[in-house]
Design a protein around this ligand. Structure first.
Ligand code: GTP
Ligand code: ZN
Length: 198
């Protein structure tokens, strides 16, 4: 996958001032962004969040998942250190897209878990491809990363692509009655680390 850098600008947020860097995925034409704070090209390990798009959780306050809170906690952590990068990748619904995710939610309303719902729609449990990260990371001059995630498969995927993950930092945000089953399925079927086990 190739990403073409388009432009950067300042991006003030409630946690402080970031810079936003826009990239175009030259195969899919998807628009990906990175928010950085501080100098991420100095060769020292960078605090990084690789966040997959979740319109419902990140932008529409959904309690069905933990995405929105993880996004906030990650940006807050980067701002606290004064240095880091959040890669916001447009692979909505673990890669199946927004409308298919709504279909999956409908099946979950009827009792399926998040993995069964994907499978009933003819998709794998996780269709994400992180390879677009490589040209973006190269462009920004990031050498090694301290990754905020509960997903060991994400760490493996990045290491396999040649992105050196020197540390994994847990990103637990607590459950609510609407996302309890979802979080349990991520631990049981998708290999995520459980809160309290680390
Ligand atoms: N197909 C599908 N995708 C979902 C569902 N709930 C959330 N998502 C998507 O899942 C992605 C986030 O992945 P998660 O499995 O929550 O977490 P992760 O990125 O693997 O791991 P962390 O780094 O710990 O957050 C986003 O793209 C969401 O849109 C669901 O029920 N079905
Ligand atoms: Zn979500």
């Amino acid at each position: 996958m190739t990403a073409r850098f388009i432009e950067s600008s300042r991006l003030p947020t409630k946690w402080g001032e970031f810079h936003i860097h826009g990239f175009e995925d030259t195969e899919s034409n998807k628009e990906h962004v990175v928010l950085t704070m501080g100098d991420v090209s100095d060769g020292q390990p960078v605090l990084v969040r690789v966040h997959s798009e979740c319109l419902t959780g990140d932008g529409l306050f959904s309690l069905r998942c933990d995405c929105g809170t993880q996004l906030e906690v990650a940006l807050e952590a980067i701002a606290r250190e004064g240095r880091g990068a959040l890669f916001y990748l447009r692979q909505e619904g673990r890669g199946i897209g927004l409308l298919n995710k709504i279909k999956a939610y409908k099946l979950q309303d009827a009792g399926a878990d998040t993995v069964e719902a994907n499978e009933r729609l003819g998709f794998g449990a996780d269709m994400r491809d992180y390879s677009i990260l490589v040209p973006m990371i190269e462009h920004l001059g990031v050498k090694t990363v301290r990754l905020m995630t509960n997903n060991p498969r994400k760490v493996e995927a990045l290491n396999e692509m040649g992105v050196s993950v020197v540390e994994r930092i847990a990103l637990h945000t607590g459950s609510n009655p609407h996302n309890e089953k979802y979080l349990k399925t991520k631990v049981g079927k998708l290999g995520h680390m459980r809160e309290g086990d680390e």
